[in-house]
Design a protein around this ligand. Sequence first.
Ligand SMILES: [Zn+2]
Length: 202
Amino acid sequence: MAGSAGTSNGFQQAVRQVKEHRQGKSEAMQEAKKEQDGRRETNMQVIWAPWRMGYVSQERKGGCFLCRKAAETEDEENLILARWEKCFALLNTFPYNNGHLLIAPYRHVGEYEELEEAEVLGIGEGLKRVLRAEKAVLRPDGFNVGLNLGEAAGAGAPEHLHVHVVPRWSADTNFMPVLAATKVIPQHLEETWKALRQALAR
Ligand SMILES: [Zn+2]
């Protein structure tokens, strides 16, 4: 399938979408542009396979991107969807799929077993809420929900754990890394952010 016309077309669409993304005016988009520029020398897979690449360049920039975004007040630019007592949810800047989001405790903790009971409960409750919102807004056929703990497991920010929530549709594929280079994210991040944020506020 790698050489088929459909795949090639999909690849071109993905390239175009990344270019459009780079033309974004917001600070978040500018930030994403800088991050993507740093990765340009590698390949498309880097941009679209967050499970593998994570947030390498954000880490390099210094500081923890989750702590920084939680501390800032620009929720729209930071794509923060909801803030709860012990944790918050935000869209992944480098989504595998439309609606790919993260739930993280406010506390800078890398090991799951270091979480306090209230944080575990908060993350569990947050997960229920985002699943409900994603079902209402995006109508996926299923979800991948999981933690990448440690760099060896693919965590881009191993010192600050976060739960990945990736909505799935029957038409997409389980071959994340293989199709990552050709994946087209159908909605822009901002549109998805607005719809999900609204659903979570209900
Ligand atoms: Zn942190």
